[in-house]
Design a binder for this molecule. Structure first.
Ligand code: NAI
Ligand code: MG
Length: 359
């Protein structure tokens, strides 16, 4: 008997419940194919939690997450809550859950499916074979440093400080090396070591721990150069590890290699194997309730959960192969369809992917 894995499911608002519903079908199919056992526990989160419990992140939802091995999150937010005070906004729940669960990195794969190459603004031959992951530090750096204003000779001055310590750098860089070990064993560490002191410490720390990962090929890339190389030779990257602000910018750039936001999965990780998995997109209020959203980002988030938290590499491949096969056969939801009149709905896409899952 396979060990039971506990998954907290927090579907959230808008299209969240629709796309999470399809991901759950994929989990069930994996149980059938591999004999795995998943115990799902559902929690309220975001706007719906504000409406029903008076807070975006109720304690019982946090408890469910804390006793789980992994969290599957849909999306939160919507116009209904946009004018609420800060503590009653769905996005406040997102920040709160990451903090409470000690998640210090954000992982975003950018995979180009050959049959969707035309959807990108880049030339198909440049994109061919692109399959990379950006590992971004999430809790340090300039976004969290001391900020203040003061009077200076040239009028008012604003100061943002960027601070990183060795411990923070080490834990994220180790995660980068470990993910690279599970993939094509190439790590690009991105910094601005020619200018910034935090980057010099970053690079020293990377070089100090690199000998512990002799099977991983390491390259140091300056952030401005990385921004160029992502457009010039995206397929040469495997894993990119970087600090908070550089990662914010580079992960959005990398996302655009692939075309649609409906295809992009993500993970937030802490110490150990625990992780929170979610699509990159939001709650898409403009199409919520119509049954036309693309569930692939959420389904690929399950594949990422299998890879990074459970070590179910073969099951992850089965999902990715099924998605590719369905796309290759020409099936498209509206967001990725060239001919919108041929587009299929959310559940039809989910059903096709489940049907294509074979060992
Ligand atoms: P969004 O990602 O929800 O939507 C942007 C555009 O992409 C929309 O036109 C939408 O219809 C489309 N889209 C997104 N996901 C899709 C999918 N799976 N299939 C087909 N089309 C898809 O971003 P937006 O509109 O800026 O934000 C909407 C709400 O979501 C806001 O309340 C925002 O705060 C929240 N949000 C939540 C996030 C989260 O829960 N992690 C992340 C980003 C935004
Ligand atoms: Mg961003």
């Amino acid at each position: 008997m396979a060990e039971v894995k506990k998954i907290a499911v927090i579907a959230g608002d808008g299209i969240g419940p629709e796309v999470v519903g399809e991901a759950i079908k994929v989990l069930k199919k994996t149980e059938e194919l591999f004999g795995y056992k998943f115990e799902l526990e559902h929690g309220l989160f975001g706007g719906i939690a504000i409406d029903e419990k008076g807070t975006p992140l109720p304690q019982e939802t946090l408890d469910i997450c804390q006793r789980a091995d992994a969290v599957l999150l849909g999306a939160v937010g919507g116009p209904k809550w946009d004018n609420n005070s800060k503590e009653l906004r769905p996005e406040t729940g997102l920040l709160g859950i990451r903090k409470a669960l000690g998640l210090f990195s954000n992982i975003r794969p950018a995979v180009v499916f050959d049959c969707l190459k035309d959807a990108s603004t880049l030339k198909p031959e440049v994109l061919e074979g692109t399959d990379l992951i950006v590992v971004r530090e999430l809790t340090g750096g300039i976004y969290f440093g001391e900020k203040f204003r003061r009077e200076g000779a040239g009028g008012q001055e604003a100061v943002d400080t960027c601070v990183y310590n060795v411990q923070e750098i080490e834990r994220i860089v180790r995660q980068g090396f470990e993910i690279a070990q599970k993939r094509r064993k190439k790590l690009a560490s991105v910094d601005k070591a020619n200018v910034l002191e935090t980057s010099r410490l970053w690079r020293e720390t990377v070089n100090k721990i690199a000998p512990e990962y002799p099977d991983v090929e390491l390259e140091h890339v300056l952030v401005d150069n990385c921004a160029m190389q992502l457009l010039r030779r995206p397929s040469s990257f495997d894993v990119i590890v970087t600090e908070n602000m550089f990662g914010d910018i580079l992960s959005d750039e990398a996302a655009m290699l692939t075309g649609s936001i409906g295809m992009l999965s993500s993970a937030s990780l802490g110490e150990g194997s625990f992780g929170l998995y979610e699509p990159v997109h939001g709650s898409a209020p403009d199409i919520a309730g119509q049954g036309i959203s693309n569930p692939i980002a959420t389904i690929l988030s399950v594949a990422l959960m299998f890879q990074l938290t459970f070590g179910y590499a073969e099951a992850a491949e089965v999902i990715e192969r099924a998605v590719k096969q369905v796309l290759d056969a020409g099936h498209r939801t509206g967001d990725i369809a060239v001919d919108k009149s041929q587009a299929i709905g959310t559940t039809a896409m989910g059903d096709l992917i489940v049907a294509a899952m074979v060992r």
